[in-house]
Every structure is written in structure tokens, then in C-alpha cells.
Design a protein around this ligand. Structure first.
Ligand code: FAD
Length: 458
């Protein structure tokens, strides 16, 4: 049977990973939910419903829960589970079957694919996400589609190779921005919730799941961010109504709190970047200076990060940095370093520098660091360790372990930026060589840190 493709979605968002005939004996269309953990404005979900309606079958959404993920800890599992359980509830209310299986994500998908007509994936950019999708595609014998919903402009449409500077992407992003802001409809499944599962099949609450997972329970959970798409929408409303008008001028001031604080929600796909921008444009024109500044972060820098991890296989390694940056940093290995700190001193925020300690405490307690001081936080590690490779690894470790928005392309791109990626060489300095330095004096030129220091002083 030949299928028609949906016309509500830009065709560049759909990749056919495996062609073939739909399995006519299959009982459902399977959506392997992984990167887009939401019910609303989720193109992969709507494409899966669209095909389920065409073949008159129910949809089964599957989420695989593993505890073998790097730095698995209760902080981000709680946030993720809060979101995924609410998504399950929303989808069930729409008559869509949803299962959470505690197993290796590809293993569960391969198991469920046995009874499926076809599979739909959302798209993730990190190594393990790509390997999961490749493994499933290789091992199943039904058609597989992938739908790209975590960016405004699809990554391979934007560029076919790694780009060294944001300015290489900006013109193309702005040329196609409105083209890729298409609304995503909420389709009504024609065949509802008809699948039979064993009794008590996966009805657990977040606390029950957490108690069954073998994860690090030593990292505190964060009250400030509650997971889920409704929470993300509330933050988006506050941002558009109260903060956006101050964004261009004050986004670098951690005391002002004018940024959206949506990064953990974007990280887990609990809100769509397209949805965010569509909401912003309901109240403001694209030409507004605050919108332009916000688009520069949400789309240009965020999508540069996706380009980086997609095309650079060493994205989370020191060796993935540009050659000039490694060479200049290593040429200064012999420079005197006034302070050298071990990982545990850094982790406990016990350095001599109150600004750095405040940033680390923000990370420890709130699970994010304000962007401006996050650069300082990372760059200082170059000064305080014996080798930039060690500094790079410590930055990745702390960010991935404690940040709710960590283990994300933005984290690896942000850290790499601090070591010279996407930046130009600067006049040569001690320790940093030609990599841009950030001193305490330069940190204080853009913002008044008194409120920030007070908030994260102990
Ligand atoms: C060393 C270092 C590590 C970082 N680690 C992470 C990380 O692990 N996860 C993460 O999401 N961001 C990371 N960033 C980027 C940035 O700090 C955060 O995205 C931002 O602080 C999130 O706050 P917000 O949601 O209020 O941002 P807003 O200013 O409201 O921006 C909206 C969204 O745009 C994206 N964005 C904003 N700034 C950047 C940027 N510089 N690069 C890429 N995308 C951006 C984020 O998704 C953000 O949520 C890092 C930056 C540095 C310098």
C-alpha cells in the first residue's frame, strides 16, 4: 500500500530511514518518543497519528527508560519523569496508547516493532541518540521515518558540513525562518486506544519509577524547575509578557532575570522551539531588537550547536576543538598558574573566587547557570588546571552531572566556545594564548553582580 505524506509539515523535516511496505499484519503504528517528550506541537507525533489514520490503526507511543545513561541521577530523572508522565496522561486523553518500558530504548522499540506496521522517530543529534535510531532501523523490517522537530531549520537543510562561525549560519537561518515556522495541527486519532496490555501495565508514578532505577540519588532534586510542558508554557508566558522587552539590554545581567529559563524544557523536548517563536511573534514583530536578540540565541546559537554535534564526531572531547585553539593553549602550558584546584574543591565551590563559587553554587542548587557567568565559570577552569584537556573534561563533567539542561548539544558547543571554537583568535595572553580571556574585571563590566552573589553566596 502506498502512503501519502502529510502536507501540514515542511517536507525537509521528514527523513525516510527505511523504505518498504507497511506490515499489513501489524497492529499499530509505533512512535519511538525520545527527543520530543511532549504532546503539543510535536511533528513526529502528529506524523505518526497521520499515518495511523491512513492505515486505520491505533498509535502506540513508546518511551524507553534506562538507568545506564552517563551521570544518571535523580535530579534530571525526576524532571524528565515529571514531564513524560504528564505527556502520557495527555496522550491517553486523546485516545493514544502510551507505554513506558524500563529497558534499553532501542531494545524496547525492536521488541514492539514486531507487531508494528511502521515506526516513526523524532530526531536527536547526540551520538547515542543517533546510534539508537541506527540500531533500530537496522534490526527491523518495517518502514522507518524520522521527523525533525527540535529545531526551527532542519540541520542538514541549514548546512552540509560543520560550520566554524555563527555568522555562516545566520543569513540562511533568517532567509528560511518564517518558512519553517509552520503550525503543527493537533490531529484526532481515528482509531483510539484499542491495544490490550497486561493488567497494571506501566501505570507507575514518577516516584515509583525513581525508586526502581539504579541511579545516583546523591545529587539533590531541584524545586525551581518542575518538569512538563504546562510548566514550560507558563514560563514562556511570563517571558513574553514580562521579560522579553528587556532581553536585548539586560540578558547578560544574572541579577535581572530577563531570560526565558526554558533551557531544561528545551533539553528534554518538553517544548518546541517553533512553538516558542510562534508565541513570541504573536506579540512582537520579528524586527523588534529584543526578538532579534532572542532569535540569535534560540535559533542561531542553538542550531549552531546542533550543527556542531551532528558534523563533529569529537564534539565532547578536547580533541574536537579547532587545531589553532589547542596549539595556542598548549604553547602556554609552561605559564605560571597562580591557582590550581582539584575537582572536589571545584565541585564544592570552594575556590578563592566568589563569582566563580556563586556560579558553581547556582549549578549545584538550581541546576543551571546564567549564560553570561557560565562563560566565566568555564573559562576560569583553563587557568586553574594543569592542562586545558583537564579543564575541558572538568567542565563537561560538572555541566553534565548537575545541569538540568546538560548532556545537550548546547553544553558541548558552549564549553567548546570557551576553548576557542566559533570564536576568532585574540591578541596573545598568558595561559590562554590566543583564546579569548575573561577576567573578573571584564565580567563586571556588563552587569552588577551584587544580587547574584547574595542569592548564591552560600
Ligand atoms: C560553558 C557553557 C555551558 C553551557 N551549557 C549549556 C547546556 O548544558 N545546556 C544549554 O541548554 N545551554 C548551555 N549553554 C548555553 C546557555 O548558557 C544556556 O542555553 C542559557 O543560559 C539558558 O538560559 P535561558 O533558557 O534562560 O536562555 P535564553 O536566553 O532565554 O535563550 C533561549 C534558549 O536559547 C538557547 N540558547 C541560549 N543561549 C545559548 C547559547 N549561548 N548557545 C546555545 N543555545 C543557547 C537555549 O536553548 C535557551 O533556553 C552553555 C553555555 C556555556 C558558555
Amino acid at each position: 500500500m502506498s502512503l501519502e505524506f502529510p502536507d501540514f509539515l515542511r517536507k525537509e523535516r521528514i527523513n525516510i530511514l527505511k523504505r518498504g511496505n507497511i506490515n499489513s499484519k501489524g497492529a499499530y503504528i509505533l512512535y519511538f518518543m525520545e527527543a520530543s517528550q511532549r504532546a503539543d506541537h510535536n511533528p513526529a507525533l502528529e506524523v505518526a497519528i497521520f499515518f495511523a489514520n491512513q492505515v486505520k490503526a491505533p498509535l502506540l507511543v513508546y518511551f524507553g527508560l534506562i538507568d545506564k545513561y552517563r551521570y544518571s541521577n535523580v535530579r534530571y530523572y525526576k524532571f524528565m519523569l515529571q514531564g513524560i508522565i504528564k505527556t502520557r496522561q495527555k496522550l491517553r486523553q486523546r485516545g493514544i496508547n502510551f507505554v513506558i518500558l524500563k529497558m534499553d530504548p532501542p531494545q524496547g522499540a525492536i521488541l514492539l516493532a514486531d507487531r508494528a506496521k511502521m515506526i516513526v522517530f523524532d530526531r536527536g543529534y547526540l551520538r547515542h541518540q543517533r546510534l539508537w535510531r541506527e540500531e533500530i532501523t537496522r534490526k527491523v523490517s518495517i518502514p522507518v521515518l524520522e521527523v525533525e522537530g527540535e529545531v526551527v531549520v532542519p540541520v542538514e537543510f541549514l548546512a552540509q558540513k560543520e560550520v566554524p562561525y555563527a555568522r555562516f549560519l545566520r543569513p540562511r537561518i533568517f532567509r528560511y525562518l518564517t518558512h519553517f515556522l509552520e503550525p503543527i495541527p493537533t490531529l484526532e486519532p481515528k482509531i483510539k486506544d484499542q491495544l490490550e496490555f497486561p493488567e497494571n501495565w506501566e501505570e507507575e508514578t514518577e516516584d515509583i519509577y525513581l525508586s526502581k532505577l539504579n541511579i545516583d540519588k546523591g545529587v539533590s532534586t531541584v524545586e525551581y524547575y518542575q518538569g512538563g510542558e504546562d510548566e514550560a508554557m507558563l514560563r514562556l508566558e511570563v517571558f513574553v509578557r514580562e521579560r522579553l522587552a528587556l532581553y536585548a539590554q539586560h540578558r547578560s545581567d544574572p541579577g535581572m532575570k530577563v531570560t526565558s529559563e526554558l533551557s531544561p524544557y528545551l533539553r528534554f523536548g518538553q517544548i518546541s522551539p517553533v512553538k516558542i517563536l510562534r508565541r513570541v511573534l504573536e506579540d512582537y514583530p520579528l524586527e523588534d531588537e529584543n526578538v532579534a536578540s532572542f532569535v540569535n540565541e534560540l535559533v542561531v546559537w542553538r542550531e549552531l550547536a546542533r550543527n556542531y554535534v551532528w558534523f563533529n564526531p569529537l564534539y565532547n572531547q578536547y580533541e574536537g576543538l579547532p587545531k589553532w585553539a589547542r596549539e595556542t593553549l598548549e604553547a602556554h602550558l609552561g605559564d605560571k598558574r597562580p591557582y590550581i584546584y582539584d575537582l572536589d574543591v571545584l565541585e564544592r565551590a570552594e575556590t578563592h573566587d566568589p563569582y566563580w563559587n556563586a556560579a558553581q553554587r547556582e549549578l549545584l542548587t538550581k541546576g543551571t547557570i546564567h549564560n553570561y557567568i557560565r562563560m566565566y565559570w568555564c573559562k576560569k577552569l583553563i587557568e586553574w588546571t594543569d592542562h586545558p584537556k583537564q579543564a575541558f573534561n572538568i567542565a563537561c563533567y560538572l555541566n553534565d552531572k548537575y545541569a538540568l539542561d546538560g548532556r545537550d548539544p548546547n553544553g558541548y558547543a558552549g564549553i567548546s566556545w570557551c576553548f576557542g571554537s566559533f570564536d576568532r583568535p585574540f591578541p596573545e595572553r598568558q595561559i590562554y594564548g590566543k583564546v579569548r580571556k575573561m577576567s573578573q574585571a571584564s565580567l563586571l563590566t556588563k552587569a552588577n553582580f551584587s544580587r547574584y552573589l547574595e542569592e548564591f553566596s552560600s
